[in-house]
Design a protein around this ligand. Structure first.
Ligand code: GLV
Ligand code: MN
Ligand code: MN
Length: 395
């Protein structure tokens, strides 16, 4: 709740966009918590924050947990923040209990998971795991033309004394706790989900170019209205994806010149397409170009794929460790597929990775009304702590 005060919105949500002053304040709070617990703090060249509880074998690769502290512009208190706070709580519980793990246990806050200011997101985990070249990440601009490099410089300058860590340092295992962001756990009355994998996604940008004209004088038949062409394309895509029940979202839509009495000369929009079956996702994503070409006339459409993530399955051994931790604690848990994307998606290609889900109210997320009960969050955190102890002790 203290973290949620930073960037708090009037409607009870949080707006803490990546690499902003709000994020700098939130990072300060985490660093203060870490110092109070006696954890050592590291960063890296993209600004990920690592908080380390030293194990008895400093050479052994750490077990890492955490998530992200940036939010959507109309985000909630729990998406991302829960995983980071749960990590701190688990480490504090280990200290309180006098646990003496062999491996170090680290809490991480990955930079820019959400990707609403600098897109696409997951910049921190992608840079750390070299899934996307850092040079490409640094040149991404926000809507005001500010580069990621420039915004990052201010963030790193705010905590100049932190030791820098290399990208790709070995990790023994990564466990991310997160609210489910969907209704399955709540509907089943179960406090913990052992995440089996993450559904794949493909993200595109479409630019439709037409021609500006006078709203009162230009004959309808002679117009090249970019907005109307974009609407035809969006509706045709909806119809194309519907039989496979794919998740299809056009969340960003921009019209130029965006004034009432000029026929739009340009429309620019995003496509977020997701499906758990990799072959279906590939087929549907590959169909977008033809749909655009078929419905753009008399305008012209250009599409660009900006991010592609295959559906993935977390390793059975990690899932079994989480399930066994829940079982030992007598906390009911069920397997569940993640329909949302997470930094764990990137870490999966770097080290054995898994996720722990907890319910959220009515399955609502990416919404200021996002909510979760202390009891459910605590249950997830207990399972997280037991999982971390197990992974850090049985080396
Ligand atoms: C992550 O926030 C996602 O959009 O899946
Ligand atoms: Mn998240
Ligand atoms: Mn999110």
């Amino acid at each position: 709740m203290s973290l949620a005060e930073i960037g708090a919105t009037a409607n009870g949500g949080v707006c803490r966009l990546a690499l902003t002053d709000e994020e700098i304040a939130a990072r300060r709070l985490l660093i203060d918590w870490a110092e109070a617990l006696g954890l050592s703090v590291f960063t890296d060249d993209i600004g990920n924050l690592f908080f380390r509880l030293a194990g008895s074998d400093p050479e052994a690769a750490p077990v890492v947990t955490g998530s992200h502290i940036d939010t959507q512009p109309t985000g909630g208190k729990f998406d991302g923040a829960y995983g980071v706070v749960a990590g701190f709580e688990a480490v504090e519980a280990m200290l309180d209990a006098g646990a003496a793990p062999t491996r170090s246990v680290e809490v991480v806050a990955w930079v820019n998971e959400e990707g609403s200011r600098f897109s696409p997101g997951m910049m921190g985990s992608e840079a750390f795991t070299s899934r996307r070249p850092i040079a490409q990440i640094l040149e991404v601009t926000d809507a005001d033309g500010i580069t990621t490099a420039a915004a990052l410089e201010a963030v790193l300058a705010a905590s100049p004394n932190l030791e820098r860590r290399e990208f790709g340092t070995p990790i023994a295992a990564f466990i991310e706790a997160h609210i489910e962001q969907g209704p399955v756990l709540e509907r089943n009355g179960v406090p913990v989900g052992v995440v089996t994998g993450i559904q794949g996604s493909r993200r595109f940008r479409v630019e439709v170019n037409g021609e500006a004209g006078h709203a009162g004088t230009q004959p309808m038949a002679e117009r090249r209205d970019a907005l109307l062409a974009a609407l035809r394309i969006v509706d045709a895509l909806r119809a194309t994806f519907a039989p496979d029940d794919a998740k299809f979202t056009v969340g960003l839509f921009d019209v130029t010149p965006n004034v009432p009495s000029v026929v739009p000369s340009r429309a620019y929009f995003s496509i977020d397409l997701r499906h758990p079956d990799q072959a279906t996702l590939a087929r549907l994503g590959d169909a977008i170009a033809a749909v655009c070409a078929d419905h753009a006339a008399p305008c012209a459409a250009r599409i660009k794929e900006i991010a592609t993530s295959e559906s993935l399955e977390f390793p059975e051994a990690i899932r079994a460790t989480i399930a066994a931790a829940a079982d030992t604690l007598d906390i009911p848990a069920i397997p569940i597929l993640s329909l949302a994307g997470h930094d764990a998606r990137q870490l999966h290609y770097h080290c054995p990775t898994g996720m722990i889900f907890t319910p959220c109210k009515d399955g609502v997320s990416h919404n200021e009304a996002e909510s979760a009960t202390p009891a459910d969050l605590a249950a997830g955190t207990r399972v997280l702590a037991a999982t971390l102890v197990k992974l850090a002790t049985d080396v």
